[in-house]
Ligand binder design. Structure first.
Ligand code: ADP
Ligand code: MG
Ligand code: ZN
Length: 540
């Protein structure tokens, strides 16, 4: 390990190891199979790049990110480390010449796209030369339960078998639920004791959910943060275009990025963002993987993503320099439908879709929970932790009020409707709608019909979501979620349990702008106490 520390300082120019790096590198040097789960920006690359220099022969790096490969290889070569890559962007001739160099042992690192592993020629060549380590980056792609499954990753176990288990494997990912981790371990033969997981906690990230007038909020927020850079994620190209126009109109320095643009324009916009010529990048999730911009101060989701893995990975692009940063979810209920549609249209089988619907449900509940948002995410990844003290829930000073009676109205309506319908119809019945579906099932004859007609539809929906997020209702798991009472829901209905909620009524009176202003002041007091720069630099 002394050699490793020296290399870290001399070749890579870092003072010391970050959490997890040393342990992972030690396992690799002892020729053990390891899985490293570290947050985005945690420094996973070093964990195979450094051993590659200490081991004889070549290290094979499997990565799905073709765009990223070139950057990584360029960076290595600039550092005097012989590295190259093979992927579909190369001409046949270039490909051949690299394979020849490889056969002659000219490289220490070879990056390949997973599809390449199905090429007999490459695999034969690999079995003739000395391969000392196989690094599997973005290892969650091997799991069908992951959010980004790539069938070509399944060629890996076969490849490993050709080396008869003598070449160690290091698998790396930023997003692994316990189930995905188990999958990776099984497929790549990684024992439990060689799992290295550093905390997903990000001390410098403050999470918020904005539900009230998200559009107004966004403009106000961007105006107040003109001196800091951020990303606005949208679910579709169409929405990117829409927001791009809108922000441009509002005089904000904005760029756009999605798969429908020419490669030229994408590259140009990306550079504008990296070199701070624009403030905000409006983008689909095609943007961000492998973009190493450390001073991203905020990541805002204009639309809810499909699962918490994606959300945390995208939100995690803020504050890679360790400075205080914000991750904000703008929530509009209809955006759930978009994700629902994506799942419906996806190619997976029924079991896969069920799983994705469940994940979407957990994502939706994130927007409605009153638990610490950081803790909610960590719990999803199987990690326990204490309240972060920074998120919009932790900082919400709202008074807790009892809402047992209101909860009973909702629960009783669900029950009377036979526990066979989704929240939309439940809300309509409670608010006394004359909608065709309501009359078709004769719900206007129920005693709970119109029972909450004084409520704004939005607040009513919010209440139902809150009861679901708090475990009084279960939203089912299929494509057509039907609300059902859980055991605690039944207890509430029987009067055996009370329901509490942070004052939703008072909160309605306060715009999210005002709420945010309050949060900002408090966060900055915290930041000051920790000697950190403030969250927002006012432009005027
Ligand atoms: P990941 O793949 O986990 O998202 P990277 O390997 O791309 O992260 O590293 C993220 C950033 O952290 C890079 O800019 C890298 O140079 C830097 N980095 C990695 N290890 C260290 C270290 N030990 N000390 C300081 N910076 C590091
Ligand atoms: Mg990486
Ligand atoms: Zn919190």
């Amino acid at each position: 390990m002394e050699n490793a520390t020296r290399l870290l300082q001399e070749t890579f120019g870092y003072q010391g190891f970050r959490p997890g790096q040393e342990e992972l590198i030690r396992h690799v040097l002892e020729k053990k199979n390891v899985l490293g789960i570290m947050p985005t920006g945690g420094g996973k690359s070093i964990c195979y790049q450094l051993p590659a220099l200490l081991l004889p022969g070549v290290t094979l790096v499997v990565s799905p990110l073709i765009a990223l490969m070139k950057d990584q290889v360029d960076a290595l070569v600039d550092n005097g480390i012989p590295a190259t890559f093979l992927n579909s962007s190369l001409s046949a001739m270039e490909n051949q010449s690299r394979l020849q160099d490889l056969a002659q042992g000219r490289y220490k690192l070879l990056y390949v796209a997973p599809e390449r592993l199905q090429s007999g020629e490459l695999v034969r060549l690999l079995s003739c030369i000395q391969v000392s380590l196989i690094a599997v980056d973005e290892a969650h792609c091997i799991s069908q339960w992951g959010h980004d499954f790539r069938p070509s990753y399944l060629a890996l176990p076969t490849l490993l078998a050709t080396f008869s288990g003598e070449v160690p494997v290091i698998a790396l990912t930023a997003t692994a639920t316990p189930q995905v981790a188990k999958d990776i371990q099984e497929l790549l033969a990684i024992p439990d004791e060689n799992l290295v997981q550093t905390s997903f906690q990000r001390e410098n990230l403050a999470f918020s959910v904005v539900k009230e007038s998200p559009d107004t909020f966004l403009l106000e927020y961007l105006r107040m943060n003109q001196s800091s850079a951020g990303i606005l994620y949208c679910a579709t190209r169409k929405e990117v275009e829409k927001q791009y126009q809108r922000l441009q109109h509002a005089g904000i320095k904005v760029g756009r990025y999605h798969g429908g643009l020419s490669e030229q324009e994408r590259t140009r916009n990306q550079e504008d963002f990296i070199y701070d010529r624009i403030q905000v990048m409006v983008a689909t999730n095609a943007f961000g993987m492998g973009i190493d911009k450390s001073n991203v101060r905020f990541v805002i989701h204009q639309q809810i993503p499909g699962n918490l893995e994606s959300y945390y990975q995208e939100a995690g692009r803020a504050g890679r320099d360790g400075g205080p940063s914000e991750a904000i979810l703008l929530y509009s209920p209809q955006d759930i439908q978009i994700q629902h549609y994506f799942i419906q249209q996806s190619e997976g089988d029924l079991a896969y879709k069920q799983q994705e619907y469940l994940k979407l449900r957990e994502m939706n509940q994130y927007a409605h929970t009153q638990m610490c948002l950081q803790r909610y995410i960590l719990r999803y990844f199987g990690e326990s932790g204490s309240d972060c003290g920074r998120c919009s829930n932790c900082l919400d000073e709202g008074e807790t009020v009892e809402i047992t009676r209101e909860a009973q109205m909702v629960l009783s309506c669900v029950k009377r409707m036979g526990e066979r319908f989704g929240k939309g119809l439940v809300v309509q019945v409670l608010s006394g709608s004359k909608n065709q579906k309501v009359t078709q099932w004769h719900f206007e004859t129920l005693s709970t019909y119109g029972l909450m007609k004084d409520w704004r539809q939005k607040d009513l929906t919010d209440l139902v979501e809150y009861l679901t997020a708090s475990g009084y209702l279960d939203a089912g798991d299929g494509q057509f979620p039907a609300l059902r009472l859980t055991n605690s829901g039944v207890a509430v209905l029987k009067g055996e349990e009370n329901v509490y909620r942070k004052q939703p009524k008072v909160r309605q009176l306060e715009t999210d702008d005002a709420l945010f202003e309050r949060l900002r002041l408090k966060r900055n007091q915290l930041a000051q106490a920790q000697n950190l720069p403030p969250y927002v630099v006012f432009s005027d």
